[in-house]
Design a protein around this ligand. Structure first.
Ligand SMILES: [Zn+2]
Length: 202
C-alpha cells in the first residue's frame, strides 16, 4: 500500500503536478486541487480526459507547425485566408494570441522557439529551413516577423530579416507599443491588433 490510505498522498501528488505548470506556484496548485476536491467527479474526469486528448490527438501541422488535430491544419486549408502573407511566430501559443485579435487573415509559420545563444538555440534548432523552403514553394509577398518584443525576439527578427530580404519579398515587423520584454500572448487583443496593423517594413 503506497499511500497507506492517507488522503494526503494523492493530494500532495496532484499539488506537485499542478506546480510544474507555467505560472502556477505551490499556493495556486493547492487552490486548484482543493477546488477540484469540491467539484463532482465527472468534472474532474472531463478535465483529465481533456488533458489526455490534447496529448493523444494534437500534433504539429506539417505546413505551418501550429497545433492541429488534422494535418494540414484549418488555418492552412482555409481558402478565405490570404496565403500571400505569412506571419512568423515563435510558438504555437502565439498563433492563438494573434487569432484572438481577429485582425489577421493570412497564414502562419511557427518557428518552435527563438534564437538564444545562451541556451544553445540557433537558427538550426528552429524551423528556419522549413520557412525558406515554404517561401520557395508558395512565393508569399509578405512575411511578418511577429516575434516577442524581447532580446531573443529581436535577435530572431534581425536574423530572419537579413536572411529573407534578398528573396525579394516584403519583410515587416510588428509595430512597437507591445510591452517590451513581454510575451506576445500577454498583450491584450487591441494592443496586438494595433501592432499588426501598424507593422513596419524592414
Ligand atoms: Zn497549418
Amino acid at each position: 500500500m503506497p499511500s497507506s490510505g492517507s488522503i494526503a498522498g494523492p493530494v500532495a501528488v496532484l499539488i506537485n503536478e499542478f506546480s510544474k505548470l507555467p505560472t502556477v506556484g505551490p499556493k495556486t496548485a493547492a487552490r486548484l486541487v482543493f477546488h477540484l476536491l469540491n467539484r463532482p467527479r465527472q468534472e474532474a474526469q472531463a478535465l483529465a480526459e481533456a488533458i489526455l486528448a490534447v496529448k493523444d490527438h494534437v500534433r504539429f501541422c506539417s505546413i505551418c507547425y501550429s497545433l492541429t488535430e488534422r494535418d494540414p491544419c484549418d488555418l492552412c486549408t482555409d481558402e478565405r485566408r490570404d496565403a500571400s502573407i505569412v506571419c512568423v511566430v515563435a510558438e504555437a501559443k502565439d498563433v492563438y494570441a494573434i487569432e484572438r485579435t481577429g485582425a489577421f487573415k493570412g497564414r502562419y509559420h511557427v518557428l518552435g522557439g527563438l534564437i538564444s545563444p545562451m541556451d544553445g538555440i540557433g537558427p538550426a534548432q528552429l524551423r528556419v529551413k522549413e520557412l525558406v523552403e515554404r517561401i520557395g514553394r508558395e512565393s508569399p509577398r509578405e512575411i511578418i516577423l511577429a516575434t516577442n518584443p524581447n532580446a531573443e525576439g529581436e535577435a530572431t527578427a534581425l536574423y530572419l530579416s537579413r536572411l529573407l530580404q534578398p528573396l525579394g519579398l516584403v519583410v515587416s515587423r510588428l509595430a512597437y507599443g507591445l510591452p517590451i520584454g513581454g510575451d506576445l500572448d500577454y498583450a491584450d487583443e487591441v494592443t496586438l491588433a494595433k501592432a499588426l496593423e501598424g507593422r513596419t517594413t524592414l
